[in-house]
Design a protein around this ligand. Structure first.
Ligand SMILES: Nc1ncnc2c1ncn2[C@@H]1O[C@H](COP(=O)(O)OP(=O)(O)O)[C@@H](O)[C@H]1O
Ligand SMILES: [Mg+2]
Length: 317
């Protein structure tokens, strides 16, 4: 059972007349994994999430949640909490009242509701606000109430459509912190976003979509290193003791290193286009220099570079 993916979508296509909002989208979220569904506005993120949660019928393709077909909607969604296209919670209610109502919908008794409501309001950091009217809240606080609603039935799979969209920086950070807390609780998460750094910060894997099609999918670190083989990146090494000519010669002799640039006494930049094994060897060589390594950074091997590489030639709109 544990090998069964939390979410598995195969060949999802949604046609509106002759227009394909999404086309042949495959997506698998493993249990305990956090996957980012990344793409610009209009890429097909909401359509994909609606098809996955059964809010719309795809023209073709299949969806399984925890191994159960979404056609068996009630059973498939039993352990799923989702927020699609940010519904607004009722302004005249308090978070406690909303959760009471949602809890009843799920058939929980008052005691269970009390326990779960406290739990989720603490998770989204809204416990002190439980008896205040939602109408007085900032947008970020309202988003957290919506998230609490989705978490109330204690779902093991969570699906969120751009939960930080329209929030100010603080609101965004707070939602991300909440999501990071969920990771420790071993939940599976599928979250759509158009913000690259959001994926790097909270997701282990990513599915990138553009114009309704998947352009890359998989483990974030595997994907970004997969392009390292034929793409130049920069390795920056900072040392405790001043760099010696010998140390720089040793590093420049490593396989994959195509150039070195000394940036003062304590920093050297290496142009690198080798394999991940070669890269590990460069790191070992640096450690062996005896200079004391304070930091090693790679630039160019990140989601942003991967995205730029994949969308090269696209017109800037
Ligand atoms: N109900 C609909 N009727 C017609 N076109 C739609 C409908 N819903 C979405 N689309 C189109 O499908 C594409 C993908 O939309 P959407 O999934 O909302 O993208 P995203 O969530 O990534 O911004 C867009 O071009 C959008 O205009
Ligand atoms: Mg959307």
């Amino acid at each position: 059972m544990n090998d069964t993916p939390a979410i598995e979508a195969v060949g999802l296509t949604k046609m509106y007349g002759g227009f394909a909002a999404i086309s042949n989208v495959d997506l698998t979220v493993r249990r305990g994994d956090f996957m980012g569904l990344l793409g610009p506005n209009g890429a097909g993120k909401s359509t994909t999430l609606k098809a996955i949660t059964g809010l719309l019928n795809p023209t073709s393709g299949t969806v399984r949640i925890g191994g159960i077909s979404i056609n068996d909607h009630r059973r498939a969604m039993e352990h799923v909490g989702c927020v699609i296209e940010t519904p607004e919670p009722y302004p005249l209610f308090t978070p406690a009242e909303i959760l009471e109502y949602v809890g009843r919908l799920y058939g929980l008794d008052s005691r269970e509701i009390q326990i779960r409501a406290r739990d989720v309001l603490e998770t989204v950091r809204m416990w002190e606000w439980r008896n205040k009217k939602i109408g007085e809240f900032s947008k970020g606080m309202r988003q957290r109430v919506v998230l609490a609603q989705a978490l109330l039935p204690n779902p093991d799979t969570i699906i969120l459509d751009e939960p930080t969209s329209g929030l100010d920086p603080r609101g965004m950070v707070e939602i991300r912190q909440t999501l990071s807390d969920l990771k420790k609780m071993d939940r599976s998460l599928l979250i759509s976003t158009h913000i690259l750094s959001e994926v790097s910060e909270i997701c282990g894997s990513v599915t990138m979509i553009r114009d309704g099609r998947v352009i890359a999918s998989g483990d974030v670190s595997k994907l970004i290193h997969g392009i390292g083989a034929d793409k130049e990146i920069t390795l920056e090494i900072k040392t405790l003791k001043p760099l010696t000519s010998q140390a720089i010669r040793d590093l420049s002799g490593c396989r994959g290193v195509t150039g070195t640039e000394r940036m003062g006494d304590y920093t050297v930049k290496l142009d690198f286009s080798g394999t991940t094994e070669d890269q590990a060897h460069v790191c070992e060589m640096a450690f062996r220099s005896g200079l004391g390594i304070l930091a090693m950074n790679e630039k160019g091997a990140d989601l942003e570079s991967l995205y730029m590489e994949l969308t090269k030639g696209d017109e800037i709109q």
